[in-house]
Design a protein around this ligand. Sequence first.
Ligand SMILES: NC(=O)c1ccc[n+]([C@@H]2O[C@H](COP(=O)([O-])OP(=O)(O)OC[C@H]3O[C@@H](n4cnc5c(N)ncnc54)[C@H](O)[C@@H]3O)[C@@H](O)[C@H]2O)c1
Ligand SMILES: O=C(O)C(=O)C[C@@H](O)[C@H](O)[C@H](O)COP(=O)(O)O
Ligand SMILES: [Zn+2]
Length: 372
Amino acid sequence: MTQVVHVPLGDRAYDIQIGRGLLDQAGSLIGPILQRAKVAIVTDSNVAPLHLRRLTEALQGAGIAHEALVLPAGEATKSWPYLSQTIDFFLNEKVERRDVVVALGGGVIGDLVGFAAAILRRGVRFVQIPTSLLAQVDSSVGGKTGINATQGKNLIGAFHQPSLVLADIDVLDTLTPRDFLAGYGEVVKYGLLGNEPFFEWLEQNGAALAAGDHAARSEAVRVSCQMKAQIVVRDETEQGDRALLNLGHTFCHALEAATGYSDRLLHGEGVAIGCALAFETSARLGLCAQEAPSRVRAHLKAMGMKTDISDIEGLMPTPAALFALMGQDKKVIAGQLNFIMARAIGRAFVTSDVSEEVVLSVLEASMGPRAT
Ligand SMILES: NC(=O)c1ccc[n+]([C@@H]2O[C@H](COP(=O)([O-])OP(=O)(O)OC[C@H]3O[C@@H](n4cnc5c(N)ncnc54)[C@H](O)[C@@H]3O)[C@@H](O)[C@H]2O)c1
Ligand SMILES: O=C(O)C(=O)C[C@@H](O)[C@H](O)[C@H](O)COP(=O)(O)O
Ligand SMILES: [Zn+2]
């Protein structure tokens, strides 16, 4: 059964369809929003051999012409050279202003294609077909698009909402366990930031999710999208509340920059570590009881996930160097960092009242014994 989460953003409103086999129905689902029967698809080198054919056959069946660009898989693709290649592809395909482009892939392809769509001919529409758990629960929704800079994560981008999101639960079956668990980091984030009963549900159902239970996966995607949609509708361009979705990300983005946006640390893994560190910081500041970070860590560990900086392979910079990397965070206002802290599981809030000393001590402890 397909479930629909509507994102009511006025003239930028759209539906997120969540269900099994949606890729095979893509032609009839995308068709109604097209002004002419032609789309340009961008995907990556892992997703193309697994799922591109089902999409193109569905489009063919609905009489929709299509061309596809296949980019290398991995975070390094969210960068200027591949943005340029994507734009060239769209221009060579003569994508017009009223046309629709399609992002078939994980968060990397979604963020990149969304940004290309935002700037192509000053804005064309795009459809997200998220194929990773992370993309289904988070990146395909809400309109944050962009690429990384050497100075920091997602520093070049735009808010540009998709016109439709098709989350086919079946495609998650082909994810590697590591990529699935990385996406789970963002799922846990929703429970931690604002939904304690959902966190408790994840404690009980996380193992079934990882084992491939489709009903549990659908439910996790639905709840996550519903929560994200509600926050985005309140604060589309992150003037306030939307920053809650950034729980764990101030730590995460510094860790991703420190590991060179490489396979050493996937985004969702960094989010899991970042959430554990945000709760640890909250406890040290006396904002929440020590039981909260202990419970967060216990669940992440039970799922086989990273919870500390010492879980990242290879040498890491010093706590001071990591703190300096946080200085590029988009939540910095007048040079002052803002953090997402928590009063309890499910009760996160935004504050600038976090001492550097406490953050440094949390980073130090999370690194474990280091070679000097
Ligand atoms: N825009 C937002 O709101 C938002 C939210 C969260 C994360 N992000 C961004 O998303 C990115 C991370 O997304 P991600 O974890 O999806 O990374 P990703 O796109 O690199 O996908 C992870 C890996 O899984 C592979 N893959 C994807 N779908 C697959 C499938 N069905 N079967 C087999 N392999 C598949 C990809 O090829 C890749 O190797 C980061 O750049 C992060 O900053 C953006
Ligand atoms: O949608 C949001 O808002 C988020 O913060 C979701 C995050 O999971 C995501 O990683 C986002 O790209 C981070 O945003 P940024 O503005 O800190 O780059
Ligand atoms: Zn994220």
